[in-house]
Write a protein that binds this ligand. Sequence first.
Ligand SMILES: N[C@@H](CCC[C@H](N)C(=O)O)C(=O)O
Length: 304
Amino acid sequence: MSNTVEFAKMNGLGNKILVVDMRGRADRVAPQAAIALAGDAETAFDQIMAIHDPRVDGTDAFIDILNCDGSKAQACGNGTRCVVQALAAETGKKTFTFQTVAGILNAVEHADGTISVDMGRPVFEWDRIPLAEEFHDTRRIELQIGPIDDPVLHSPSAMSMGNPHAVFWVDRDVMSYDLARFGPLLENHPIFPERANITLAQVTSRTAMTTRTWERGAGLTLACGSAACAAAVSGARTGRTGRKVDVHVASANPPGILTIEWRESDDHVVMTGPAEWEWSGMLDPATGAWQRDHEKPADGAAAL
Ligand SMILES: N[C@@H](CCC[C@H](N)C(=O)O)C(=O)O
């Protein structure tokens, strides 16, 4: 293979991530390369996190995020934790500042290996989420699915965490809903002009909830970090929870929790959770051709 770059296959609670090192280059991972990598069982991923040279002073990198359908995403919480783990292993640094199309993100790797990402401020205005119609109060928008007089899901909270989210509040186990069927209909509903990530959330206490997400551009994934942030913020915003919540991601594998705090002091949302390196290799960002390199290092640390 010519024209190759290093990449790492990683995951955040099972959310499949390819961290691709595009530093020192002017091109980007081509959407057709992403689609080819997504279609191969070994490199199948939910998001690519492409690390580019910094574009503004004071940042460590610009991160370009692609979904497995080749579309761009503005935010990816689980993927950002993977980038932090990979760069921390490479550099020994513990704190990072990244630029994404949605803005600047600060992140830190803690001594226990968990990673916190400051995901920024949530956005609630209907035209900035964006929604196609004016809603004065986006804590509960008019949208339902199923029989008109007995909807299966209805009245989600809508918001942007850099990317658009709708959170449906449910009383039953989130795994008991046919999200594979409803997800695509809701993701592509005309109310969401840029599509949306669709989450089911069951609140279990003032400090805990369980979620499951159909991701825009990726479908059913094992975990979604920005959706966990959206669910936690929407829980607090609608009075269902306090501002610090343990989000149990129902389908996560390995099982796990994301702790989300919507800080009163500065309105920022901080997500804390794990990241895991699986293996590394080289890929061609134009075509998606790839080959595997390293086996897992003894200390389990990420390696690009
Ligand atoms: N898995 C991600 C979310 C990725 C982006 C999303 N599919 C979108 O298009 O907005 C996460 O952990 O946040």
